[in-house]
Ligand binder design. Sequence first.
Ligand SMILES: C[S@@+](CC[C@H](N)C(=O)[O-])C[C@H]1O[C@@H](n2cnc3c(N)ncnc32)[C@H](O)[C@@H]1O
Length: 277
Amino acid sequence: MGGNLYNFSALIISYDTPHHERQNWQGRTWFCSTHRGRIASGYTLPMHANSRPITTSQNDIHSQLASVVARHAATAFLKPILSYNRQAFEASMEAWQACGSKPLILDAGCGVGLSTRHLAQQFPDHFVIGVDQSAHRLSRNTMWQGSLPTNFMLVRADLVDYWRLMHAAGIRLARHYLLYPNPWPKIGQLARRWHGHAVFPAMLALGGEFECRSNWALYIEECAAAIRQLTSAEVSMERHAPVSPITPFEQKYLASGHSLWRCRARLSPVAAACKPV
Ligand SMILES: C[S@@+](CC[C@H](N)C(=O)[O-])C[C@H]1O[C@@H](n2cnc3c(N)ncnc32)[C@H](O)[C@@H]1O
């Protein structure tokens, strides 16, 4: 991906794509025919039913979770925003506005973007942005049955910056999905879990119907506890047993016989002024 600034489109258009495809985007034609042609019938994924359950020596909510969350809420997170994330953010906002600034759904850590497509289909009057840092995953040839929704795009960016840019721009989400984030199950890895990360307060401040799913119940318990600590939102936690999985990880975990969990909360947006970026 040498020299590219970002990848995005309803599928993916990057700075590495041929010039005419970029022009298509600028002309607001999200789907370039070459990409559309790949969306053939019959969604297929390599079916792995051999995912190992989470192994961890952590038996309860992390003993330092509350103090870590409180510290992040009380201090400004000053890591500089990288220019490729800013450019990706600005381009995605332009695309969203060009599509009529419909209520916005963020699929954070979307992987190959399968859930982004499902959410776009489920919420046709919304616009869905799927963000992932992995250009490799985003460019994977994801198959889709039937006609592809037109109300979504995929963005290559680091969420640590993308969330803060959204917050600083005063963006309000209608819905916010965090589906099967990397669990980082070792005790010393709390800071790598999203609720233990310094960006967590900015993420929550975007508001909307928030949902996090995981195959590790403790991750969901911690996420719920951190939300309760920072907001007055009611947080529900439950087993999640989807009839048809909407992400490759969901599919893999179900096929491997794992229990799935989720927490949900209706978050009130918080003004950006309280958390500078
Ligand atoms: C376990 S995968 C889950 C992918 C997808 N949600 C699914 O369920 O199939 C976690 C994803 O989060 C992405 N990710 C992790 N850290 C990220 C970051 N800082 N910014 C953007 N994406 C990130 C990874 O690239 C990966 O695709």
